[in-house]
Design a protein. Structure first.
Length: 387
């Protein structure tokens, strides 16, 4: 029997046994996460007329994709080589369509470069784990320029080591000369899903949470999201609180494929009902009763999971959702779980919704066993591709 490493979910369970000290005080409580440092480039900026801030959709043009080379043996233990194989596989696949920047600890750059191949640029930038979606800034556009919103990553509420990952946001922006906005909140990139037209989907469990934003109400957080990201409407989904390390990010639950159109994760019929399937029911109920920022009703299409008895991956915390796909230039990258019928069905659904893009399946069993997926491990920077 192979060793199952601590994962983004089992880490939470382990730490929970340490008591309230772990979760009682976030490293970025209201006095820290909300503070704007004097003279910092991160002070939220006020747009001038005609220069409204905008959070674009993932299907818009990318300059590059950022990824992170997993470094923590304390998290992955015996599976560290295998999760690196998954990350390299994703990087090579995305690298066929757009520039990929792989961040790696300086002493690991050479090994990462060998694994990822020539189509990926590996840069020395200290990281802890592979979750670039959550550590890299959320990019917005304002006045024709790209800005990076640093959401003060704190290890999903101090649940995992993040001494380097907590600094990735600032480091990336400094390296690429992108102006930094320090958010007045603690959040992660996987928390947000947008249509590029002013609508933001988010799970309440992942951000209205004392482990990120102690003492802040949902109304306060919503106002700050609107101001910081330039969105006009926030649609709140309940999510699942305290059962995985992210507190249920939206990017494994519901995803836009076009304004007004979303794909909703659905458990396989043979999977027993649990808090995750109930969160999907709740999300569908909310989306069926509301409209987006432009007054459109949502079209909600189910994206069924595979049969867990037919997949090639294993583990109590295996994330078998197809919703954690990644939209890149000219391609969509989806997980291949080994249930051929389900894999083909998901690929067909994605092809229908992204007809002008290649839909590329990628095997990610070790990443999935660690509680994440392809979207979790990639982060897009908007803009024109390099010539």
């Amino acid at each position: 029997m192979s060793f199952t490493p601590p994962t983004r979910r089992t880490v939470l369970r382990t730490l929970a046994g340490l008591g309230a000290v772990v979760f009682g005080a976030s490293a970025c409580g209201p006095s820290e996460a909300g503070a704007r440092q004097p003279g910092a480039t991160g002070s939220p900026q006020t747009a001038t007329p005609g220069e409204r801030r905008r959070l674009g959709a993932e299907w818009e043009s990318h300059t590059r994709t950022f990824m992170s080379w997993p470094a923590l043996a304390s998290v992955w233990e015996q599976d560290l080589p295998y999760v690196r194989e998954d990350i390299a596989r994703i990087a090579r696949a995305v690298g066929d369509y757009e520039e990929v920047i792989m961040m790696a600890r300086p002493e690991q750059v050479a090994a990462a470069q060998r694994a990822c191949g020539k189509q990926v640029e590996v840069i020395p930038l200290a990281v802890d784990d592979l979750w670039a979606r959550d550590t890299v800034p959320v990019f917005v556009e304002e006045g024709g320029k790209v800005l990076g919103v640093d959401f003060n990553f704190n290890g999903w509420g101090n649940k995992q080591e993040h001494g380097n990952d907590g600094k990735v946001g600032r480091a990336v922006l400094q390296k690429y000369g992108i102006p930094r906005i320090q958010a007045p909140l603690v959040a992660e990139g996987g928390s947000f899903e947008t249509d590029g037209e002013g609508t933001l989907l988010i799970t309440e469990s992942s951000i209205v949470n004392d482990n990120r934003n102690r003492g802040k109400s949902r109304d306060t957080i919503e106002a700050e999201l609107k101001r910081t990201l330039g969105v006009a409407k926030v649609v709140w989904l309940a999510g699942v609180r305290g059962e995985d390390i992210t507190d249920a990010h939206v990017d494994s639950l519901v995803r836009f494929t076009a304004p007004g159109v979303v794909l909703l994760d659905r458990a396989h019929p043979t999977t027993p009902a649990d808090s995750w399937s109930r969160s999907a029911d709740q999300a569908k109920s909310v989306l069926s009763k509301t409209t987006d920022a432009r007054g459109r009703r949502f079209e909600v299409i189910d994206l069924p999971q595979p049969d867990l008895d037919r997949i090639t991956g294993r583990g109590d915390d295996f994330v078998s959702t197809y919703a954690n796909f990644y939209v890149a230039n000219d391609a969509v990258f989806m997980p291949k779980f080994g249930d051929r019928q389900a894999d083909d069905r998901a690929r067909g659904i994605l092809r229908e919704h992204f007809p002008k893009r290649d839909v590329v399946p990628v095997s990610i069993d070790t990443i999935a066993s660690g509680g994440g997926g392809i979207h979790c491990s990639t982060h897009d920077q908007p803009g024109k591709p390099a010539a």
